[in-house]
Design a protein around this ligand. Structure first.
Ligand code: SF4
Length: 333
């Protein structure tokens, strides 16, 4: 079933931290914090465009929701809960920091029907967490994840790649830990240098170098496949261009691409095609894949066509929805 979030951004509300990469007001593209009284009209506006029977969740994103005073959290939650009770939405999700999960918080979130808690884990390596100014250690992620699952919530663990002190091995270990901790879903965010952040200063002084786009896509591709193989839903790879980052104004450096996910899928299909077509050349072939995958077989801006040209293959691609996501049938034409 189609799923949509009604995103409500609460940027850096009550967040006493200053993570090195974060300037929430820039990332969410807004400086004003919506008040609890405004929540119904935000929800109504979105609902008006979503009346096709899809699954809908209200999502409090953009900061550390559970860092807000409990009474204010309750006012936000109560506003969304009305829509859950009346069946107009199917769930409430929110994002927060691992060290902002405690028994009082989980009790409140349960009472107001919160379904999913996403933790900005970012990395499970203590060196990376320290260098990124996160203000907690990896242990906090484990404790929070266990508490969330024990209380019956779905668990999201978001990660970032290319943070200061990060390496392929450390990001790879973070992926292993996210799987081991029992996450239901994840998001992979390549680290970007945003104006007004500490990271921008370090970058300015030549003390931080972001991943290049090719490396970020390569790591994301591998991690994406591993998460999928382990039954963890990857909700997003890269930042959403329109919603979250006015990149012309805010981005200083880093592996940003408006079609980042498409680049990842292009890479996944390039690997599949290389393998499947390894001993074939000078042929006219029909490749049949799941209809949702046809564009990725050709690749972003037709980049996978090069592979066909190198092998002198005349290719036609058709769709068959009985095939699995990465299934492929090859026939002669
Ligand atoms: S990333 Fe989250 S915890 Fe860190 S400064 Fe931004 S809002 Fe606060």
């Amino acid at each position: 079933m189609k799923h949509s979030n009604i995103p409500i951004f609460i940027p850096e509300l009550a967040c006493p931290h200053q993570c090195i990469f974060c300037n929430q007001s820039k990332i969410s593209g807004q400086k004003e914090i919506p008040q609890p009284e405004e929540i119904p009209s935000i929800i109504e506006t979105h609902l008006a465009t979503m009346n096709d029977g899809r699954e809908i969740e209200v999502a409090f994103f953009g900061g550390s929701f559970t860092g807000i005073p409990l009474d204010l959290q309750e006012r936000y939650l109560a506003a969304a809960y009305r829509y859950l009770e009346s069946g107009k939405i199917n769930g409430i999700r929110l994002s927060t920091r691992p060290d902002y999960i405690n028994d009082k918080v989980t009790e409140l979130l349960k009472r107001y029907g919160v379904t999913t808690i996403e933790l900005g884990a970012q990395s499970t390596d203590d060196n990376v967490l320290l260098a990124s100014g996160r203000g907690h250690k990896s242990e906090a992620i484990r404790i929070a994840a266990e508490k969330i699952l024990k209380n019956g919530f779905h668990l999201g663990l978001q990660m970032m790649i290319g943070l200061p002190q990060d390496s392929y091995e450390r990001s790879n270990q973070t992926v292993n830990d996210i799987i081991r901790l029992g996450a239901d879903n994840t998001r992979i965010y390549p680290t970007l240098v945003i104006k007004g952040t500490q990271l921008a200063k370090l970058h300015d002084m030549g003390l931080y170098q972001p991943l290049d786009l090719e490396t970020a896509v390569k790591w994301s591709k591998e991690f994406y496949l591993r998460f999928e193989k382990n039954g963890i839903k990857v909700l997003r790879v890269g930042l959403h261009p329109s919603e979250e980052l006015d990149y012309h104004k805010s981005l200083i450096a880093g592996p940003y691409h408006r079609s980042f996910m498409e680049l990842v899928m292009t890479g996944i299909w390039r690997d599949i095609l290389k393998q499947e077509l390894r001993s074939i050349q000078n042929e006219s072939l029909c490749l049949t894949v799941h209809p949702h995958q046809i564009n990725f077989v050709w690749g972003y801006e037709g980049r996978n066509k090069k592979l066909f040209e190198e092998k002198n293959l005349n290719i036609k691609v058709t769709g068959d929805d009985s095939l699995s996501k990465y299934g492929i049938k090859i026939s002669h034409r």
